[in-house]
Design a protein around this ligand. Sequence first.
Ligand code: ITT
Length: 194
Amino acid sequence: MPPLIVATRNAGKLLEFRHLLATVPHPIVGLEAFPAVPAVAETGATFTENALIKARAVRAVTGGWVLADDSGLCVDVLGGAPGVSSARYAGEGASDADNMAKLLTALQGVPPNGRTAQFVCVLALVTDTDERCFTGLCPGLVATSARGQAGFGYDPLFIPEGETRTFAEMTAAEKARYSHRARAARALADYLRR
Ligand code: ITT
């Protein structure tokens, strides 16, 4: 089985993929094995467009089977922001802490029941013969302050539906019961096993 090259520079995502795709019949390889791969500009207007842009760019350099993830947090009262701009919500090169601080400020005064949001993950798989996307969604609420140390990105602020803890207060296996990435990865894994 050809290796699956995971086209991400986000260490938190790569760690989750190693866990979520542990049973697929392909070795999982990160971008550290391909230093020639340049940074890719995410110029698309949707998660699907950006996932395909990243996967195609890495396939053009590596020639291998490539999996790319575009994901983000869409907050209802903010009209879906930060959405596809989640990684750079507080500006180019912003840290997770900067992005969370901006989100908390944007939601100042919004009561808990008005803080509905969903995490979205689109996975693009590009192979010799195929281009295919898999989507996963996770509804929940944005907390009023950051809680927990685990995970990455907005995890300390996101409480998935049916829980009282944030993603950052969960183990990787607990987060995978709910997460947008786990849902998309399950659809991908089913496809790869077929
Ligand atoms: P790559 O493009 O290299 O994969 P990135 O971090 O720039 O890395 P995205 O453009 O897809 O990735 O941005 C997604 C952002 O959304 C990410 O930086 C997080 O801030 C947030 N995000 C996505 N999934 C998340 C998750 O499971 N938990 C917390 N935050 C998440």
